[in-house]
Design a protein around this ligand. Sequence first.
Ligand code: F6P
Length: 375
Amino acid sequence: MTSVRRIGVLTGGGDAPGLNAVIRAIVRACKVEHGVSVMGISDGFIGLVEMKARELGLADVSGLLVRGGTILGTSNRGNPFRYAYRRPDGAEELVDASATAKKNFDKLGLDCLIVIGGDGSLSIAERFWREFGIPVVGVPKTIDNDLSATEYTFGFATALEVATSALDRLHTTAESHHRVMLLEVMGRDSGWIALHAGLAGGGDVVLIPEIPFKFEALLAKFRARERRGRPFSLVVVAEGAAPVGGAQVFAGEDAVTGWKRLGGISYQIAREIETMGGYEVRATVLGHIQRGGIPVPTDRILATRCGVEATRLAVTGHFGNMVALRSDEIVSVPLAEAIGHLKRVDPDCQLVRAARSIGVVFGDEEPGAVDRSEG
Ligand code: F6P
């Protein structure tokens, strides 16, 4: 019999399709298999600092498999170690509220906290485990698929589906108008969504943060397609992409935490292509549509498996670990080893090489190679 009687669960950072499926799996596994109670903490770590929590039963998670977002709410500015405290005069300042979070963890009578989050939230979880001894278990989540300890994160497959379907739609209108169409997708400093969507949706050019690009290569590709009687092109742009010697483009910055949000590079690229090549160009920034809505079956299954395994780790006392997908098995890895290692696209990986083999241009090619990319 386990000594763990009550588990807390929170979702932190940007939401991802499948979060609710994890919550459902945790609650169901706790009730059906382990006889353990579950407290849902609201709005990520903010809920632990501000003591916002509620008991979750089977009825609370009914129908959640298909629901996007997170019923618990989330935040990417809730780090208790750098907490944005609102003063009576309305101004915000960063304070260390970690001791309050620890006190509230104890007040809630929790024996373990399952943290479902990306690298930021998992790093906070690891710090609570290391500095306060709070028993934590992590579940990796991000549409960006950029955590190196796990092969895939839930949310990625749904984001990819949305991005691919957007490309399919842009394809027909690009062809009708003989235009260059840009689709900007998310991913922060990694190009996984762009690379996969580019392959699945027939992108002619794929621009990712890992491969700085030259405009000349893009224009050479458009010209080569024209020569082949294809006077339109599809360009997939990762939000973190940048030209050789250029910088990433940010859409905004949180005045208090300093967190910078990427976005808008495709508008700059569109202007440049218009000016340099005389093409008619349109840019679409897909944005948060990639993160919302119904998770695809792959994400629901992965999320469920992660939730079940995280619960097992929690009730058996395997704290300080995170679940991870490796060779189609859910395994556990120490949080300390899992955090802080961004998984980026290796420019020489098989996926990039396969894309190059079928003529996809990444913007780093020599002009001769671009000419050959259209046969
Ligand atoms: O990490 C997930 C992600 O969707 C990134 O791809 C994107 O850059 C960022 O979050 C957007 O954050 P926000 O929801 O704060 O705009």
